[in-house]
Design a protein around this ligand. Structure first.
Ligand SMILES: Cc1cc2nc3c(=O)[nH]c(=O)nc-3n(C[C@H](O)[C@H](O)[C@H](O)COP(=O)(O)OP(=O)(O)OC[C@H]3O[C@@H](n4cnc5c(N)ncnc54)[C@H](O)[C@@H]3O)c2cc1C
Length: 428
């Protein structure tokens, strides 16, 4: 059986490795001069290969494609990934949040391991695929893969071209055009795991300021998104209130950091969204009021900004006071009850004026891609064209940070390879 894999990233290389192990040699096309260019920059060069958790917990971290991925993740889980790489000589280690990294802290070692397993495959580098077509060859259907150096005929074609983010790594969204040419619908690609731009002008002034243990909340203003996310909330505790708690940072144009990246993945398909920060998620309004009353009593003659210093980072106090509409040098003993309540309300609900997400190219992953309704969840084969498969980030599936996205690439690659091996064994 002649098998083409378009894309030598995490998904393409994994698929090639499983096929080669079964004695079924494939041809891998990659537009780059080397394999795994995106893998190389993952996990800040350390590659967070997977997240060692049970499939149920894994799927809770999937933003789009939860149901579709059930089969793939159950068939090839993060535990399978762990043993697969260790069995093939790559020592791994477990870090905070069940994140798995190579012991060497080198993403290049993941690529090297996969490259080694693809030795028997034919690897064509600098081989950008321009087009894939289908034609009748005798009584059989064949796919024609076109590159600048010629046309190649195959029985099966696996599209593993990745998404559209970080295009310098070679992932430029070509897979969407291949899919469209075969009549597949593409769910409009959107940036995911990216920073958020705000309309608020103060962001640039406090650029670099980081906030710890805050909660970022989102509310959808369009009804369609509201109901969609209410459904998500039912199936995942993590998305229940659409809030993420942890660390964030101001940038020249808005905000970034772990909770912002997660939030971006949840709001990228919404038309209208309202964002706000809770600076004290662990405290109720009543608890905050008691604390303020106590501190007011102890610091009657101080400026109100002194009290706020104790609650927020120093560089944020002026921005906060402006939002609460209280002069920073107002004496504590002249703060009215209304003003005290306004301080508490602003601490618990500090509105951020959402503008948009940072561009698609800067997202860690692309949300959107080949419509999952048109793919078989057991194999990732196209329901429209037998013999055509889509795996990895090119499909409409994405997850939060923590090693989940590479695992999606590996699991979809695995079920695709298994399907092709089975068909080969059955002589189909
Ligand atoms: C900065 C950064 C850090 C990340 N860190 C992590 C992490 O630590 N953990 C995690 O789980 N995920 C991480 N991700 C996400 C993860 O890298 C991707 O989800 C994953 O690599 C997708 O694998 P893929 O094989 O589907 O696509 P890719 O890895 O993007 O591979 C696609 C390949 O296809 C090739 N290609 C594209 N078009 C063509 C064409 N027309 N012809 C031939 N070849 C083509 C490209 O050259 C590329 O090599 C990170 C992403 C980025 C950008």
């Amino acid at each position: 059986m002649r098998v083409a894999i378009i894309g030598g990233g995490a998904a393409g290389l994994m698929c090639g490795a499983i096929l080669a192990e079964a004695g079924l040699n494939a041809t891998i096309f990659d537009g780059n001069e080397k394999l795994g260019k995106k893998l190389y920059i993952t996990g800040k060069g350390r590659c967070n290969l997977t997240n060692l958790c049970e499939p149920k917990e894994f799927l809770d971290n999937v933003v789009n494609g939860k149901k579709f991925l059930q089969s793939a993740i159950n068939k090839f889980s993060s535990f399978d990934t762990y043993s697969f790489f260790e069995d093939n000589g790559l020592k791994l280690k477990l870090e905070r949040g069940q994140r798995v990294f190579p012991e060497s802290d080198k993403a290049s070692d993941v690529t090297k391991t996969l490259e080694k397993l693809n030795k028997k495959n034919k690897i064509l580098l600098n081989a950008l695929v321009d087009k894939v077509t289908k034609q009748k060859s005798g009584d059989k259907i064949a796919f024609i893969v076109k590159t600048k150096s010629g046309e190649f005929e195959f029985d099966k074609v696996i599209v593993a071209t990745g998404g559209k983010s970080y295009p310098l790594t070679g992932s430029t969204g070509d897979g969407y055009n291949i899919a469209k040419a075969f009549g597949h619908k593409i769910v409009s690609p959107k940036p995911a795991l990216t920073a958020i731009e705000l309309k608020d002008k103060y962001a640039s002034e406090i650029q670099g300021l980081s906030l710890k243990n805050v909660a970022l909340h989102a509310e959808f203003l369009d009804e369609k998104e509201k109901s969609k996310n209410a459904n998500k909330a039912e199936s995942s505790a993590k998305t229940a209130s659409l809030s993420f708690q942890g660390e964030m940072m101001f940038t020249d144009k808005g905000i970034t950091g772990p909770i912002v990246l997660s939030m971006s993945s949840m709001i990228n398909r919404a038309k209208e969204v309202k964002l706000w920060l809770d600076f004290k998620p662990a405290l109720s309004k009543e608890q905050l009021d008691n604390r303020l009353l106590r501190e007011f009593e102890e610091n009657k003659n101080k400026n109100i900004s002194y009290i706020i210093h104790g609650l927020l980072p120093k560089n944020f106090v002026d921005v906060f006071m402006a939002k609460a509409e209280i002069l920073p040098n107002k004496k504590v003993n002249s703060i009215t009850k209304e003003e005290r309540i306004r301080i508490i309300d602003t601490l618990k609900k500090f509105d951020l004026n959402y503008k948009n997400l940072y561009p698609l190219e800067s997202g860690i992953v692309t949300s959107g891609g080949v419509n999952l309704d048109e793919l078989n969840p057991k194999s990732c084969e196209s329901k429209l064209h037998k013999g055509l498969y889509f795996i990895g980030e090119v499909i409409d599936a994405d997850a939060l940070t923590g090693g989940f996205n590479i695992q999606i690439a590996l699991s979809t690659a695995y079920i695709c390879a298994c399907d092709i091996i089975k068909l080969q064994q059955e002589g189909k």
